[in-house]
Ligand binder design. Sequence first.
Ligand SMILES: Cc1cc2nc3c(=O)[nH]c(=O)nc-3n(C[C@H](O)[C@H](O)[C@H](O)COP(=O)(O)OP(=O)(O)OC[C@H]3O[C@@H](n4cnc5c(N)ncnc54)[C@H](O)[C@@H]3O)c2cc1C
Length: 601
Amino acid sequence: MSEALQHDIVIVGGGGAGLRAAIAVTECDPGLSVAVVSKVYPMRSHTVAAEGGAAAVIKDNDSLDEHAYDTISGSDWLADQDAVEALVQEARGELIRLEHWGCPWSREPDGHVAVRPFGGMKIERTWFAADKTGFHLLHTLFQTSLKYERIVRYDEWFVTRLVVDDGRCRGVVAIELRTGLVRLIAAKAVILCTGGAGRIFPFTTNGAIKTGDGMALAYRAGVPLKDMEFVQYHPTGLPGTGILITEAARGEGGIMLNKHGERYLKDYNLGEPLDITDPRHPQKLTMELGPRDKLSQAFVHEQEKGNTIASPFGDVVHLDIRHLGKKTIDRKLPFVRELATNYAGIDPVKEPIPVRPVVHYMMGGIHTDIDGATPLVGLYAAGECACVSVNGANRLGSNSLTEILVFGARAGHAAAQLARELPGVGSAGRTTVLQAQAKDEQDRIARDYLRKEGGDERIAAIRDDMYYAMESGAGIYRDQSSLKQTCTMLADLRERCHDIHLDDRSNCFNTELTAALELQFMLEVAETVAHSALARTESRGSHQRTDHPKRNDATFLKHSLAYRSEDAPPRIDYLDVTITKWPPGERVYGADTVQATADQS
Ligand SMILES: Cc1cc2nc3c(=O)[nH]c(=O)nc-3n(C[C@H](O)[C@H](O)[C@H](O)COP(=O)(O)OP(=O)(O)OC[C@H]3O[C@@H](n4cnc5c(N)ncnc54)[C@H](O)[C@@H]3O)c2cc1C
């Protein structure tokens, strides 16, 4: 084994949450040494792809309670309300801090920060940098992190295991992809910021690296995954590629049309259509700005009614932004125009954009408290891999970028606090025990992959079958029999994984090896999704059971927790939702439904 590396804190992930957490640690104590480990160069993290914006109350017509209420009702009352209150309270400070670090937020003509409407947000509060918000946000965090010498980056290192000793998480084992060396990075605390797992489905907006690694790492270490059945479909993905057409297109006034050219959303209790020829209305909240779960479900109903449009990549509907005009499109939605032109072959200035629902975001993730702490001492999680939970059964667009900042910072502060209380660096005195675990991991990788004899399973074949299992049984609508079938298929795929054969036995950037490891992570995550969905016999937010179409607060106003069992399906348990001021109610959408929050308490 190579010598162990030592840091006070290891952060796995160089996306928005990881970099914000790293900066937070050094802000808290500049003496602490921080490792940021990322399987890709940080600027390639999925955060860079975020388009539409980040939510925070800034205008006089808005309030923290309105933001909290929209988030909670959008979550179908499954979000923890103390976590939502922390989100909305700290959001504006985070976005202003980002401005001071150099983030070029788009402006009103008078110089104030501009905000745009977003789905399920009844008041405009989404800050944006044109439609390349994630790009600017991640650059800002990255350049800021470079100021701190104590932040050490391990770019293109792939974490395969957490090391746990004496009931505490004390570091990670990672493959240095350039050399193939398996190394121990010992630490007093680990923060997982590994992003989502959309890649367990075939049609997704998620980058190829979003394979749920951190969720699976925590799960294998005994930490439960929370609310995994809640998978967000975004209503406007480009057919074929799954590339996202941001909700900002509807925020700026875009409308959804079926094959008869009708604004079909009027039939789905999302409010009245506003006259888009009225110049004031593109700035108003129309029914197209309903929440993502309801819009994606409406697509399925239109499909059943025969109202969708056939395309070479499946049925689509149209997203029409032509009435906004070339000038507005080029100024506010340049990326939408670029993507539609390059990937759908149509110019949205002249033609409507073909779109269909696409897997976009995991509401569930690693179970944490409001400071990112998991039940395993020394292990924290933040960002999309975590479930704190502010998104409940359905996330509102533009809350996630805010979440990665607010809870990235919180997790960083909490981990720094823990590290300061412990003497020395690294895992002081425990390295022999930890090195033994790293050696175990090195042996496992050699035995199961690099030096394995025999085996005739191919990664791509198992992955395709996983896609089929998830899409056919655990998609927008599910029922008991479809979910049971998915669970059975996934168990079978897990068995087949034992027979994977790699052609590439080399050490240098062995992408076949990482694909095999990612596949195993994905299968474990997929099992938690399917089993949690099977156990939840109600419909709530993005989890729609055709055999249990109603929300059932009496039994299921609860988070589900999936625990790993050795060679058996996950064990599902439940945890109460934290309610502070907003008792469960009905989700109501439409242009005139801004809530008087005093009535809610
Ligand atoms: C196309 C698109 C557009 C979006 N637009 C918006 C938007 O406008 N507003 C909004 O609020 N949200 C948006 N979202 C959601 C939001 O961007 C993400 O939820 C958020 O950026 C996730 O950030 P993160 O830091 O948690 O993870 P990521 O940015 O995904 O970063 C994960 C990091 O973990 C590392 N990693 C993972 N596994 C390993 C491993 N095994 N070893 C080492 N490193 C590892 C990766 O290398 C990466 O650095 C969008 C998402 C997509 C896909």
